[in-house]
Structures are given as structure tokens and as C-alpha cells.
Design a protein around this ligand. Sequence first.
Ligand code: HEM
Length: 470
Amino acid sequence: SKWNLPPGPKALPIIGNLRNLQGALHLCLQNLSQKYGPVMLLRFGFVPRVIVTSKEAAEEVLKIHDLQCCSRPETAGIRMISYNCKDIGFAPYGEEWRLMRKISVVELFTAKKIQTFRHIREEENDVMVKKLSESASRRPTVNLKQAIFTSVASIVCRVGFGVNLHKCEFMDEDSISDVMHKMELIQTVPLFSDSFPGRVGRFVDWISGQKKRLGNLFSDVNTFNQNILDDHLKPGRKFVESSDIIDVMIDMIGKQDEDGDSFKLTTDHLRAMIGGIFTAGVSTSGITMVWAMTELIRNQRVMKKVQDEIRTTLGDKKERITEEDATKLHYFKLMVKETLRLHPPAPFLLPRETLSHVKIQGYDVPAKTQIFINAYAIARNPKYWEKPDEFNPDRFLDSSIDYKGLNFELIPFGSGRRICPGMATAISIMELGLLNLLYFFDWGLPEKDEGEEILTGNDDALDLVKIIRH
Ligand code: HEM
């Protein structure tokens, strides 16, 4: 009672605010914030969470030092898939997170490394264009989502784990989007114990069969991670490109000092790194590309402006697009930025947890409280954006606002010490992929109902689209 806690809807005994949470969580919390303000306190069953929905409050939270990523992720699925918080995204702040982050940055994300992997991105895009052209000669409708996810997954597997999906023995390229889908699903399967931790919660999950369902999904995902790990552990392993992040970690494990009491890497860290890089890299970049194409198909003015710029600048005789080509374009890049504003693939960034009592916008937030930053709602807040729900890259023509973590009204990659280390990689993957799709093909909606649905502005990205000309 001595504390000035953030406001929020009235919580009922036991269930707290669960009855207030219906539909997609980021949309529901966006609506609630219009009534209760930019810093809200809600109880998800027994779990209190503070939700932040203004750029001022987000900036304050992201600059607090006494904050770590959640030691208790929102769902049991996330806990499983991160091998109990052993991936970079969920590792507790400290030696463990610092080491994993350092390895990933050095092995994957320095400017030099990103440049080294450039030929992989270009080759995999050639494969995608070739496949789409062949498919368009047979039938006009293609599953664009699958084509994009397969291409992005092929890039991430080659860059991250030296696995070439076109020649791989344990995984074929057509089933990779299935693995991706399972990884996404596993994170969202609702468990009773997510909101009611403890024995009763676990018992209900067991009776309802949800625990088993989660276990089955995880088993497939674990097999994928394990196969990649086994591939690296084979005696006499030959590198496809060169040694990769997993080789480096295996080497480090081999050299660890048994007796020292500093933190030790384990094989679970390896599995978690594989799963973490795969999900963090593929689902985010893939879905952003699908959204870009969806928005362009339903906003023909913007589609024409983007394609005119691309085709005028690059000419019409190119047989192959390179990353150099993307650097010549301006409006095209604004289109990618606008897609990230409207459809941030991680709408809450990574949830945080306070390590000690802190103040946010004058409100008291006790230690061990989870904080969600609703980056989705901030990027659609009419206080900062004119006609916020409209897809209009022109809004950035005279604006210096960028997504690099300094403008808190646009933080699709987060900000501060946990900002996405894969940002530059993601931009290279997405720009090159979209550039290929827009240079070589013209796109439209399939004849039947799918089109109508998308034009009424529902919140689902397109699966099936039609190649009009290639
Ligand atoms: C459109 C593409 C992407 C978006 C929008 C995105 C967004 C994010 C966000 C919001 C975070 C959390 C940051 C925070 O909470 O402050 C994050 C973390 C992370 N991302 Fe990305 N990401 C993308 C692509 C990638 C790619 C391609 C990779 C790697 C191949 C990657 C690897 C990671 C990793 C390892 C973390 C955890 C960092 C940490 O906790 O220290 N991301 N990303």
C-alpha cells in the first residue's frame, strides 16, 4: 500500500486479469492501454506483469541496468525450446549470457563475417528465383510463405551451422518450413501452469493432455537440433564453408577447465544455440518478408512505386541480383522499414524481469516483476504516427527515424544491451530476398476468396499468391 503501483483493470481472485485477455495478446494489451495508460499492471493468473506502451516508458525500461531477460519465460514451450533458458535470448544476465552473446557476435555478426556470408545469401536467392520461375510455368499460384521460409532457412542453416539443405542427409529443404512451424507452435501452446505455476498447474496440464502435446512437438524440434549437433561431432568432419559457431563452442567445451568455478558451457547450450539461432533468424526475417509482400499486394500504389524504382535503377537486363544492387535503392528500403513498423515479428521484444525494485514513469515496480514492452502498440500509437495503421513508406521520406534502437517509437529489433545482434544480417537477408521477388516477378491475388479476406484488412499474412508475370 505504500507503493504507487501502475494502474490496470481490476484483478479477480485467483484468475487475476485472465478474463481481460482475449484474442492476440499484443492487440488486446494495445486496447487496454488506451483505457489504463502507457504503464499498466496486470495479473496473468498468479503472475504479475507490467506492460509498457509509450516510447518514453520503453526508453526508461530499456535503459534500466537492474533488469534481465525473464528467468521464467511466459510459456513452458519457450522454456523447453531454450533448454531451460540456455539460449542467448533467455540466459540470465551475467557471465552465461555475456559469453553466449560474445561468441555469437564474433562468429556470426561482425561486419566482416556478414560480408563473408554474402555469397551464400546470393546463391540461395538464385535457387528461390529458379524454383519460383519453374513453378510459375506450371501453375500461376504459389505458396509464397513456404518459398520465403525455405529460402531464409537455407541461408540461416548454411551461415549458422554449415549445413547445406540441398545436400543434407538428415533434413530435406521441403520439410524445413515444417520444423519452423513446430518451433513457432511450441512457443504458443498454452499451458495452465504458465499462469498458475506449481503442482496444481502441472497436474491440470497433465490431465488435459497439453503437456503431452508439447512434449511431442518438442521431440521433433530436439531431433532437428540434435541432428545438427551430431553432424558437427562426426569424427573427421569436413567443413562445408568453414568452421562455424557450433564448432567453436564444441572446441571451447573441450578446453574447459574442469575444476574452475566459472560458468561452464554444456551440450544443452549447444542445442539451445542451434534452436535459438534458427528461430530467432528464420521466423522473424521470414514473416517480415511475407508481410512486406502482403502489404505491397494490397497497396498497389506502393507496389508500383517500389517496382518502378527497382527496375529503373537496375535496368531490365539483369540475370542475377547482388547485394550491391540493394545499396542503390532508397524507397525500397523505406518500404522494408515501414513493414517492420507495422508488423514487428517480436511484438513484445524479449520480456524483461526486474532484479530489484525500480521506478518506471514514477510508478513502483517490485523486484522479480516481468515487464513486456509492447513494441507493436508503440509503433502504431497515433501520438507518434500519422494514420498509424496505414502502410505508407512515404512517411519516412522526410524523417530520420530508424529502427536501430535510438528512436524508441520504432524498436522492432529492441534496444540497449540486448538489442538484436542479428539486425544487419536480417536486413541483408530480407532486402536481397524481396529485391529478387520484386525484380523478377509481378504479383497479385489468387482469383478466389483468399483475396477478399486480405483486402478487408485482417491480421493474417498471405500464404497463396499469384505470379502474374515472370
Ligand atoms: C526481421 C528480423 C529480426 C527481428 C525483427 C528481430 C528482432 C529481435 C528482437 C526484438 C530481439 C530482442 C531484443 C530486445 O529485447 O531488446 C532479438 C534478439 C535476438 N535476435 Fe533478432 N531479430 C531479427 C532477426 C534475427 C536474425 C536473422 C538473427 C540471427 C541469425 C537474430 C538473432 C537474435 C538473437 C541471438 C537475439 C538474442 C539477443 C540477446 O538476448 O542478447 N535475429 N531479435
